[in-house]
Write a protein that binds this ligand. Structure first.
Ligand code: ADE
Length: 224
């Protein structure tokens, strides 16, 4: 898979993709992540990428021209499955969306800033819009990093034990059951007896019951 992230803060991504699983996925050529600096695509002298809002109002709006140039250049080089704009005023990201995006070949993620982007970008250039939650970030970069992380870990071969993605919270619309490791007792706090029983049927039953109980208590909306 190839992911192109269009941003006005290319340095932002020095951190999130250079550790642990996502770093190894790139080293193993399971994913290529390219950070595309938007500013050089601006055709005006100042290399500006934003302007005042038509009709008045506070906040700057990102111009269509640099975004169109950048996306057009990428599209002239390969076909993209989706061109995604990260913005809070759009459908919220779910594990289902991550699952389906994880089989893409090429993706573009566009990070917004200021007040937002010219609506014509959304109407004519973007194929999918995603919010990572009902709160507002200072920009789309963190959202793009979150989306990339959730997709990349689902690419076959990225997680060493593929079943560990299948048993994630949300994969079957349930939160995952509690987990424990040694010691079996710490400061008098005991691990549930059943997990030490060696009876895999009983353990599976306990885990399922706990998943359902937790989901009912914490996220009843998932059971609807
Ligand atoms: N940009 C700012 N806030 C965001 C959010 N919640 N999701 C996606 N992109 C954003």
């Amino acid at each position: 898979m190839r992911i192109d992230i269009i941003t006005i803060f290319p340095d932002y991504f020095d951190g999130p993709f250079s550790h642990s699983i996502i770093k190894r996925a790139q080293e193993n050529k399971l994913v290529e992540i390219f950070i595309q600096d938007l500013r050089p695509h601006s055709t005006n002298k100042q290399k500006s990428v934003d302007d005042y809002q038509f009709g008045g109002g506070s906040g700057m709006v990102m111009n269509i021209q640099p975004i169109d140039n950048c996306i057009s250049k990428l599209k002239s080089e390969r076909n993209y499955d989706e061109i995604i704009y990260l913005t809070p005023d759009s459908p919220t990201l779910t594990q289902n969306t991550c699952n389906s995006l994880s089989s893409s070949k090429n993706l573009i993620l566009l990070c917004g800033h200021y007040k937002g982007i010219d609506q014509r970008v959304r109407d004519h250039l973007i194929t999918k819009e995603i919010s990572i939650g009902d709160y507002v970030l200072t920009g789309g970069e963190l959202a793009a990093a979150v989306l990339t992380d959730t997709i990349v870990r689902l690419i076959p071969g990225v997680l060493s034990d593929e079943t560990s993605a299948l048993s994630d919270s949300f994969q079957d619309n349930l939160l995952s059951h509690p987990i424990y490791t040694r010691p079996s007792e710490y400061k008098g706090w005991k691990v549930p007896e059943v997990l030490l029983s060696g009876n895999s049927k009983l353990i599976d039953k306990w885990r399922e019951e706990k998943s359902i109980e937790l989901t009912k208590n914490i996220r009843p909306d998932l059971l609807k």
